[in-house]
Design a protein around this ligand. Structure first.
Ligand SMILES: [Zn+2]
Length: 326
């Protein structure tokens, strides 16, 4: 990888495969170089002097240790390179190796960060932001299903030496969705400034979730402790029930959203579809704060349907609609 940004020397990349997969090495090297260029723009210089991509015959499947990543032989046998898998393992050079996580919940700082890095790389490489929203929605579905089947604990309670319930879904899937929600809460500029600052400040050092939380508040310029408390300190995710009623004058609709206590605090996109053949659709944004939120939205006709969080940005079960006879 050619010098870029603050890295002044070329970065040597190498790929070690079994003889049967020698012809796959070029594709892995090309993709690895693209991944590193992308991460360097976001997270700062690659933290080591080289990167080797190594095919291995056995468990653990994928592992990103200092300056090299090991990938199971199956991934070299597949015709299509598993971009997310490779991008996840390379992301560990920043998250897990250079910034070494500490304390309870520490795996969130490596696994969720590596996963979300791989998701955004996948969306950028695919040139399609829908890749990211689909991935977030899939992660939320996997998390709710596995947590219901196997039990779970809060991200802040997870201990690498004591796996509980659906721990992988909690760290990899919910954990990465939490980062996505933090990005939506802070805005792209502040969020990526935060990741860059976190990588810089703890480069070749240790960091705990509290360090990241403090930096997040600084990058956002406001308190975000509530965000970390509700998303890392609690199990589960949001479960909304909603209803709506058209005003007699037909120029506004009253939307009611309720959730079990303690209520999650979130800003939620709302898609409002009007009656009539045109089926006009408007997007609004509402704030949920109390568990029983009511808001009047201006509309230009009778409302036929309302969709909460149409982009699927939140860790939320499918919302339940209560028919008010609207
Ligand atoms: Zn990992």
């Amino acid at each position: 990888v050619a010098p870029a940004g603050e890295r002044t020397a070329p970065l040597p990349l190498s790929c070690y495969t079994f003889p049967a997969h020698r012809d796959r090495a070029a594709a892995f090297l090309r993709e690895a170089a693209a991944i590193i260029r992308y991460y360097e723009r976001l997270f700062g210089p690659y933290p080591y002097e080289k990167l080797a991509v190594v095919e291995i015959p056995l468990f653990p499947g994928g592992y990103g240790t200092t300056s090299f990543v090991m990938l199971i032989d199956e991934s070299f046998a597949e015709r299509r390179l598993d971009r997310e898998f490779l991008a996840h393992e390379i992301a560990h050079q920043w998250w897990g190796n250079s910034v070494f996580p500490q304390g309870l919940g520490a795996a969130w700082l490596s696994e969720a960060f590596a996963n979300y890095s791989a998701w955004i790389y996948g969306a950028a490489a695919g040139g399609n932001p829908r890749v990211l929203t689909r991935r977030v929605a899939r992660a939320a579905a996997v998390f709710f299903k596995e947590a219901a089947a196997e039990g779970e604990e809060a991200i802040l309670e997870t201990d690498v030496y004591r796996p509980v319930g659906a721990r992988d879904a909690v760290l990899y899937e919910k954990g990465a969705v939490v980062l996505h929600m933090l990005r939506r809460e802070m805005g792209d500029a502040a969020f990526f400034r935060l990741l860059r600052e976190f990588a810089d400040r703890h480069r070749h050092g240790k960091a705990a979730i509290a360090d990241f939380q403090r930096l997040a508040g600084e990058a956002a310029g406001r308190d975000l402790d509530w965000f970390f408390a509700q998303w890392l300190g609690r199990t589960g995710g949001m479960a909304l029930t909603y209803s709506f009623r058209n005003a007699p004058e037909g120029n506004r609709v009253r939307l009611r959203v309720s959730q079990p206590a303690p209520a999650y605090r979130a800003d939620v996109g709302v898609l409002v579809e009007l009656e009539g053949s045109a089926g006009e659709v408007r997007e609004h944004r509402i704030r949920l704060r109390t568990g029983q939120d009511e808001v009047d939205l201006p509309v230009a006709g009778r409302v036929r349907s309302v969709v909460l969080d149409p982009d699927g940005d939140l860790l939320m079960k499918p919302p339940r609609w209560l028919d008010e006879g609207a």
